[in-house]
Design a protein around this ligand. Sequence first.
Ligand SMILES: NC(=O)c1ccc[n+]([C@@H]2O[C@H](COP(=O)([O-])OP(=O)(O)OC[C@H]3O[C@@H](n4cnc5c(N)ncnc54)[C@H](O)[C@@H]3O)[C@@H](O)[C@H]2O)c1
Length: 355
Amino acid sequence: MSYLIVAKNDIKLFITRAMVAVGTNASHADILADVLIAGDYRGHFSHGLNRLDLYLEDIKGKSCKADGQPIILNESAATAWVDGNNLLGPVVGKFCMELAIKKAKEAGIGWVVAKGSNHFGIAGYYSLLAMNENMIGMAFTNASPLVATTRGKEPFFGTNPLTVAAPANNGDSFVLDMATSVVALGKVELADRKDESIPDNWAIDKNGQQITDPKNLNALLPLGGPEKSSGYKGYGLAMMVELFTAILSGSAVAPNVRKWSDNHTTANLGQCFVAINPEMFAPGFTDRMSNLIDHCRNQEPVDGQPNVLVAGDPERENMRKCDEQGGIAYHINQITFANGIASQLNIEPPKVHSD
Ligand SMILES: NC(=O)c1ccc[n+]([C@@H]2O[C@H](COP(=O)([O-])OP(=O)(O)OC[C@H]3O[C@@H](n4cnc5c(N)ncnc54)[C@H](O)[C@@H]3O)[C@@H](O)[C@H]2O)c1
């Protein structure tokens, strides 16, 4: 019985209760809860309930504001520059993507950048907001330094995720949502806790040497790993994210972003949200998307491998499982963690339905 099932709405209500208990505006707490649930529902457990602690500490430590509104600093028909006003990342992200969608409906494209933001959870949440309006959605954020540059030794870039989502026919879609590092920090930490070694292309030590013992971690490697396996491409993508976010918005840049788990310094993250209306281009966009997606999925897999997937399929399968089992299956340690938060904040714990 190491997994327990909690209905999506029950975990959402718990996250909202916890955030409100530390003083967060109720509608901001609700938006954050939506994003964290989307993380767990899509199978990215590192960016769901697991991260509640980070947001609670940010609000308690006053490094992030519990109430207020993002501010539009400059605007044109298709663009906006926003000050996130140091609010919760999901509050800033939802505001910016809704603005980008509105602009794309009128001008064909909406490109919105924000400074003064905070950790916004899974990037895919925001590209999906645009996709659900039949648009192509893209989102980017910079983050606390954890990833070395190619030939560098020290953490420099965040795991700087990027996402692109595009609608196809009959509810099908392409949803790329990825960090620009080989792996998330959480995977190295997990290996450390389990006393396991890690593949030698994930991370480096203080001297820049590739490691297999997670205890020697100094920095993660960019997507692609070391230089010989094209890690410089991940390094380039991390820098591209920095360009669309921090450089365009004037937020903190790369190594100047606050350190991971520093809850007492303002993060001042930069973020970018793009909506593109395919109707402004060649007719038949979703037909061509569906053809391409089907063509990929119909490729014959290597012997012994399951079917070829397209980006978004693993998440789709996870959501299907959640729907089938009536909620999200959390490891018992995560429920213990949530119950601990509930007793600390003197609120009702999440309602566990079954195992
Ligand atoms: N806010 C932040 O600072 C931050 C930082 C890093 C990551 N994240 C989030 O963490 C989550 C996990 O990121 P990740 O890079 O570990 O994701 P991942 O490696 O699990 O998946 C990356 C992408 O690859 C696709 N994919 C996976 N297997 C596939 C296959 N066999 N064939 C085709 N496509 C496949 C997935 O659908 C996804 O779009 C994302 O939601 C990301 O936005 C957030």
